[in-house]
Design a protein around this ligand. Structure first.
Ligand code: GRF
Length: 198
């Protein structure tokens, strides 16, 4: 039986992408990394994916007149790679309902907060401003609303005295790297109960 094919969409350094690819290549997640696609040609993750032997592609949003044209180009590139699942991993473009609808139920995202708290940007600063005792990350299915959709898994870290947005982000990122492969595996298993990494 062939393994599910996973395409990973990135915009930046791609550290979550690396953890997903390594988990698939190491056998911890029974899936194949089919493609790493970036909307930014300068994304550091492209070289890291190449080093891991994964096919890469760039669809530069700046080269298209509008979101629909950009997404049509992405869809064309994605269809060529035949993914069963798309993982957004630090992908910093808002997707239209049309694109999301085409992949609904087959697209995951990782967000650096305990959703439904703090959707959007600056999650670490907002968690500190809110006086949170804990912070965390969420892997969720992507729906048309931003940073919403069924939760696949969450990981929690304590907020420590003296934390800044930077220290909190730095402590959360390695936890994200553990969460995303576990959540992908959980999602592929078909288990609908959300996974907790405490
Ligand atoms: C992660 O914190 C992720 O949760 C957020 O953007 C960051 C991406 O980092 N959406 P990387 O590109 O995976 O290194």
């Amino acid at each position: 039986m062939s393994l599910p094919r996973v395409a990973i969409l990135i915009s930046g350094s791609g550290s979550n992408m690396v953890s997903l690819v390594q988990a698939m290549q190491g056998g911890a997640v029974a899936a194949d990394p089919a493609l790493v696609l970036s909307n930014r040609p300068e994304a550091g993750g492209l070289a890291r994916a190449g080093t891991l032997g994964v096919e890469t592609a760039v669809v530069d949003h700046k080269a298209y007149p509008d979101r629909e044209a950009f997404e049509a180009a992405m869809l064309e590139r994605l269809h060529a790679a035949q993914p069963d699942v798309i993982c957004l991993a630090g992908f910093m473009r808002i997707l239209t309902p049309g694109f999301v609808g085409a992949w609904e139920g087959r697209m995951l995202n990782i967000h650096p907060s305990l959703l439904p708290l703090f959707p959007g940007l600056h999650t670490h600063a907002r968690a500190l401003e809110a006086g949170m005792a804990v912070h965390g990350a969420t892997v969720h299915q992507v729906i048309a609303d931003l940073d919403a959709g069924p939760i696949v898994g969450q990981a929690v870290i304590p907020v420590e005295a003296g934390d800044t947005p930077q220290t909190l982000a730095a402590r959360l990122l390695p936890v994200e790297h553990r969460l995303y492969p576990r959540a992908l595996d959980h999602f592929l298993s078909g288990d609908k109960a959300p996974l907790a990494l405490l």
